[in-house]
Design a protein around this ligand. Structure first.
Ligand SMILES: *[C@@H]1O[C@H](CO)[C@@H](O)[C@H](O)[C@H]1NC(C)=O
Ligand SMILES: *[C@@H]1O[C@H](CO)[C@@H](O)[C@H](O)[C@H]1NC(C)=O
Ligand SMILES: *[C@@H]1O[C@H](CO)[C@@H](O)[C@H](O)[C@H]1NC(C)=O
Ligand SMILES: *[C@@H]1O[C@H](CO)[C@@H](O)[C@H](O)[C@H]1NC(C)=O
Ligand SMILES: *[C@@H]1O[C@H](CO)[C@@H](O)[C@H](O)[C@H]1NC(C)=O
Ligand SMILES: *[C@@H]1O[C@H](CO)[C@@H](O)[C@H](O)[C@H]1NC(C)=O
Ligand SMILES: *[C@@H]1O[C@H](CO)[C@@H](O)[C@H](O)[C@H]1NC(C)=O
Ligand SMILES: *[C@@H]1O[C@H](CO)[C@@H](O)[C@H](O)[C@H]1NC(C)=O
Ligand SMILES: CC(=O)N[C@H]1CO[C@H](CO)[C@@H](O)[C@@H]1O
Length: 379
């Protein structure tokens, strides 16, 4: 089945970078708001969004995913240190499994469906995602993927003309869901970094944004220092740009998973943005969070419906505390002594686990942090 999809999409299985990663970061342009020839596809248009829908605490949510960097090491890096002083460091945030891809898909679909690989997969079009919930309330969204060549690109990876593979599908969670990837209207909202430059310049960023840096800039093929240099080029100036970081913007800088499978899957994450109250900057929060917390926090903020998956599982769906405090939402109070293990890779049954297959299931009816009903796709 996987092979069929691979052929269908003309995938390059296990494609290996032809070149070694460079040792030092080179800026692709003078500023992150400039288009660059390094990004193969130039922007054709500015994104069109529905009118802004105010949230209870924030009006824009931007998540930025980094890779394979030990945050203890990261904290020693001057750029991370600089950013940490401006935000809330989440000291008890957990990935949900290993390796990368299941964590990415969980963050937008509320489950990883037993997946324990980075294979080329497609999730059937009747499986809902956060996009369905956002669109129901008229909330605009998009993903920006660095070095993805064309909007809505379906391929397994992309190798630039310089011979280096910078982009991989496994870090682009929404394209994996056919309800987004195979729908041309939605696919056009999976955009590249030249589009990002244009969208910021035109003050046209949507309200829910997923950012995937390339395999060098996210630290995957490189190091914390390299990722720090990219953040210094990209995020640090954007934090000062009111078209990106408004007083009502919440930014999550996070990692996909812990590198060490034999420890519980703790990752280190940082909340940033204009919405972080002055008195909470340079503080830590030890509430237990997982990748599902990004779904429940967004649901809580905009009173959304839920997906009827782990986003309604009260063990793993705590809402970011500074948001919950304002909305009056009650988190579960779990502490470090009784946390579930989230490193049990390959042992979860599901439709994407070939060793423990169970068929696709409709959502479970229940209540999430948004208070709305469970969303059932039309077919
Ligand atoms: C993995 O978890 C350990 C223990 O919590 C922590 O020291 C380490 O920094 C984490 N590594 C990553 C890559 O997040
Ligand atoms: C942030 O807090 C640490 C102590 O936790 C302190 O050493 C540091 O100076 C603070 N930084 C800023 C910019 O306030
Ligand atoms: C813009 O359109 C051209 C021509 O169809 C295409 O080659 C290019 O990749 C498009 N840009 C993006 C970002 O999709
Ligand atoms: C494709 O996406 C658009 C915009 O989100 C939506 O209105 C439409 O119903 C979707 N089409 C299908 C076949 O799901
Ligand atoms: C998960 O982490 C715990 C420690 O936090 C460890 O005891 C356990 O063996 C790990 N599980 C796996 C499958 O590595
Ligand atoms: C909720 O999450 C916990 C921790 O991962 C898990 O043990 C439990 O089975 C989940 N419940 C449901 C209904 O999925
Ligand atoms: C999707 O539709 C198939 C039948 O075509 C059904 O077996 C499956 O349960 C549905 N999945 C969901 C998530 O509703
Ligand atoms: C879900 O639960 C609600 C509240 O109990 C109920 O009104 C609704 O009919 C249920 N929906 C489905 C599809 O079971
Ligand atoms: C969708 C939703 O719940 N919107 C509310 C968010 O919070 C603002 C401010 O409290 C309300 O005005 C909205 O109705």
């Amino acid at each position: 089945m996987l092979t069929k999809y691979a052929l269908l999409l003309g995938a390059a299985w296990g494609s290996v970078a032809a070149r070694q990663p460079p040792k030092a970061f080179t800026a692709p342009a003078a500023a992150p708001t400039d288009q660059s020839p390094f990004y193969v596809g130039y922007s054709n248009d500015t994104i069109t969004n529905t009118p802004y829908v105010p949230g209870k605490v924030f009006d824009r949510f931007i998540q930025i995913w980094l890779e394979n960097a030990d945050f203890v090491t990261a904290l020693a890096d001057p750029v991370f240190e600089h950013l940490t002083a401006q935000g809330i460091l989440l000291t008890s945030d957990y990935a949900v499994t290993h390796p990368s891809e299941p964590n990415y898909i969980a963050s937008v679909g509320g489950d990883f469906f037993g997946l324990a690989s980075d294979d080329l997969i497609r999730i059937p079009s009747n499986v809902s995602t956060i996009v369905d919930l956002l669109e129901l309330k008229g909330i605009s969204w998009s993903s920006y993927l660095e070095n993805m060549p064309t909007d809505g690109y379906q391929g397994y990876s992309y190798t630039n003309p310089d011979g280096y593979t910078y982009y991989v599908r496994k870090h682009n969670p929404l394209v994996v869901y056919d309800s987004v990837g195979m729908n041309a209207t939605r696919g056009a909202r999976l955009r590249n970094f030249n589009d990002f430059a244009v969208d910021v310049d035109n003050d046209a960023l949507p309200q829910w944004i997923f950012i995937t840096p390339n395999l060098l800039d996210d630290g995957h093929d490189t190091s914390v220092t390299y990722a720090g240099s990219w953040l210094n080029y990209w995020l640090v100036p954007l934090l000062e740009n009111p078209k990106f970081n408004t007083p009502r913007t919440l930014i999550l800088l996070t990692f996909d998973e812990n590198e060490t499978y034999t420890v519980n899957n703790r990752i280190f994450s940082l909340l940033l943005g204009g919405v972080i109250p002055e008195n909470l900057r340079n503080t830590t929060d030890d509430t237990f969070y997982t990748h599902y917390s990004t779904l429940s926090t967004v649901q809580n903020n905009w009173s959304l419906d839920n997906l009827g998956r782990q986003d309604i599982n009260q063990t793993v769906n705590n809402v970011f505390a500074f948001v919950a405090d304002k909305t009056g939402y009650q988190n579960n109070g779990l502490t470090t002594h009784n946390l579930p293990l989230l490193n049990m890779t390959g042992t979860y049954p599901g439709p994407l686990n070939p060793n423990d297959y169970v068929s696709w299931k409709p959502p479970t009816n229940g209540t999430g942090a948004g208070g709305g009903p469970t969303y059932y796709p039309p077919n």
